[in-house]
Design a protein. Structure first.
Length: 330
């Protein structure tokens, strides 16, 4: 872990995954502006994380950033990152789980057999969160924020999250956990459609946050937060031609009053806003208003998001896929 010394006396620590560009980078800027010191920024290599740290120092004029290597697709690397954090002595007050990617037309699995978007957005974050919980690296009033998406609501054209209960009844004799496990690996009968797969991953993110919230110690919260539409990021670098060259430029060019896109810094500010929520706000999914893609955060209160059976099944399937159980907390 590469550090930069700072003179600030504040003890609040933030960590942002996927902070080498885009939303994560801007979230790190905003957290530094809020007085967090240090702000730990992660990248899949230490060199890339250190480069982002240097860019952040130049942009903000603040020497509060710390670079950490974290490859969420590599369980050995995740454990090494946890060890490095433990050695640093930092207790994390704001954990922003931002990393993720949008897939192209072809379905890709990690070496562990997990579908790429699921691995980058959720299962890697699950493994990392379980690791740092087990090492007792979260502060007593920590705020966990994980990147959600408007797509999980089910009202975004071409992005249709899977109806897990119906899928389970049709293909798995009603076994929700088996159906969820199939979604994580995308090895079931459902055809791979990038938009639908992305929406489903982000619905799983909301379910994960709800399930984790029921297991965290009092005072520690977790919420899924959609940054809204922010086309100028690297998340869609693997997206198909239609998404990258037509849909995203069109959304960015639309008049602001249509609420189809926001600057990256504005989108990232939603994460930071969620770190200020009180201890009574946890296990929720926040996004834009229905059929909107930007604007004020709204709590999403929809039946498929609040389905407790699906939440529990998704959690159990994630634990089984990663081998990372919720640690015993004192």
């Amino acid at each position: 872990m590469e550090t930069t010394s700072a003179e600030s006396t504040t003890s609040l620590t933030a960590l942002v995954t996927g902070a080498t560009s885009g939303l994560g980078f801007e979230a790190a800027v905003l957290l530094a502006d809020q007085g967090y010191d240090p702000v730990i920024v992660t990248g899949r290599s230490l060199a890339r994380a250190a480069e982002a740290k240097n860019e952040l120092v130049k942009k903000t004029g603040r020497g509060v950033f710390v670079a950490l290597e974290l490859d969420l697709g590599d369980s050995v690397n995740v454990a090494a990152a946890g060890e490095e954090l433990a050695r640093s002595g930092h207790k994390i007050d704001a954990l922003v789980l931002n990393a993720g990617a949008v897939s192209g037309n072809e379905m890709v699995r990690t070496d562990e057999g997990i579908e790429l978007m699921m691995a980058s957005s959720l299962t890697g974050h699950h493994r990392f969160t379980m690791d740092i919980l087990g090492r007792q690296l979260l502060a007593s009033g920590a705020r966990i924020v994980i990147a959600g998406s408007e797509a999980a609501r089910g009202d975004v054209p071409t992005f249709n999250p899977l109806e897990l209960p119906k899928y389970a009844i049709k293909h798995f004799d009603g076994d929700l956990q088996a159906a969820a496990a199939s979604v994580i690996r995308h090895d079931g009968p459902a055809k791979f459609k990038p938009g639908n797969a992305y929406a489903t991953v982000k619905l799983f993110v909301a379910w994960w946050a709800a399930s984790l919230a029921r297991q965290l110690p009092e005072g520690v919260t977790v919420n899924a937060v959609s940054p809204g539409s922010a086309p100028n990021t690297q998340a869609a670098r693997h997206a198909n031609f239609f998404m990258k060259k037509i849909m995203m430029p069109m959304m960015e060019a639309m008049p602001k009053f249509l609420g189809m896109a926001a600057p990256t810094s504005v989108a990232a500010s939603r994460y930071v806003e969620a770190t200020t929520f009180g201890a009574d706000v946890t296990g929720q999914f926040f996004a834009s208003a229905p059929r909107k893609m930007t604007g004020p955060l709204h709590k999403v209160d929809l039946a498929h998001v609040n389905d407790r059976a699906s939440q529990d099944a998704a959690w159990a399937a994630i634990v089984a896929a990663t081998g990372a159980e919720m640690p015993a907390l004192v």
